[in-house]
Design a protein around this ligand. Sequence first.
Ligand SMILES: Nc1ncnc2c1ncn2[C@@H]1O[C@H](COP(=O)(O)OP(=O)(O)O)[C@@H](O)[C@H]1O
Ligand SMILES: [Mg+2]
Length: 326
Amino acid sequence: MKIITTEGITKKYNELCAVDNVSIEVSRGGIFGLLGPNGAGKTTLISMLVTMRRPTSGSAHVNGFDIAKQPDKVRRSIGIVFQDPSLDEELTAYENLELHAAMYGVKDNLKQTIDEVVELVGLKDRLHSIVKTFSGGMRRRLEIARGLVHRPTILFLDEPTLGLDPQTRTAIWEYIKDLRRKYDMTIVLTTHYMEEADSICDRIAIIDHGKIIVLDSPSVLKDSLLGDTVTIESPQAKKLAGILKKTGIEKCTLHDGKVTFCVNSGEKRIPEIIGLAKDRRIPVSSVNLHKPTLDDVFLHYTGKTIREENGSARDSMRMRRRAMGK
Ligand SMILES: Nc1ncnc2c1ncn2[C@@H]1O[C@H](COP(=O)(O)OP(=O)(O)O)[C@@H](O)[C@H]1O
Ligand SMILES: [Mg+2]
């Protein structure tokens, strides 16, 4: 049985279609990633699944419950870690967890449950410290622990490592992977970090402008590109793309003064292409060859790199707030 299904779920904010007719299925167990640039609609989609926002049209079932008709049952069976910090700064870690437990009516073995969840995220020795004194990474870990107190079947994590430094980010990945190993739990996370999706997700849905572009395991997605990716930088990238077409390379993408295309045995094709460019007096500034990554998958399906799309003002404000521990 599928643990999450959506049927044409759509969310409009006036003219803007933030989530556009999304129909997906998520199997029980494992880590499912929603990967897309800022503004793609990830938070909006998750918010509807956790019953915090109502769809404009379409429907969804989470843990077998209808999000519109049985929101309380949905809420009780899921844990949520929000994109924006949501801890009480003035309280200790224990008090934050206790408060959450009270909201969910968790009474039995509360102390033992709290001990277990903080152990899982490596915060046992800071259980009675005030959250104000915590680093960004510790706060995130506490938020994850809090999402687990009422023993949810599904844990939703919205951008779990946004704004954290690379080392802390890798540590959070390990905690998330640990959760999957230790509990029979389904984890749904959103991210705009390719590396994150690639290293921890079993399956990924790429979302762009509210639409699901493609959905599969990271390895199947990468293998689907057939070939190596070659990127050539040139002040005359457009002209170069025209010449490539004549050599049988049909699918070229132009971006930031570069032309990108996929070929088999890229290392053998590069000298030929450079020779052609030289004949036509097209300067080449740099050449790059590499095996497929999720970046290439994104570029292939959307015609742009995820990095061009990221870095909005809203996002950098969030990162600054998190770095300052606010
Ligand atoms: N409450 C809102 N009112 C109007 N527009 C919104 C609101 N929330 C999000 N949006 C817009 O919807 C789109 C998707 O946003 P969001 O779901 O936050 O994307 P993501 O989480 O992928 O960055 C964006 O264009 C965003 O500006
Ligand atoms: Mg978001």
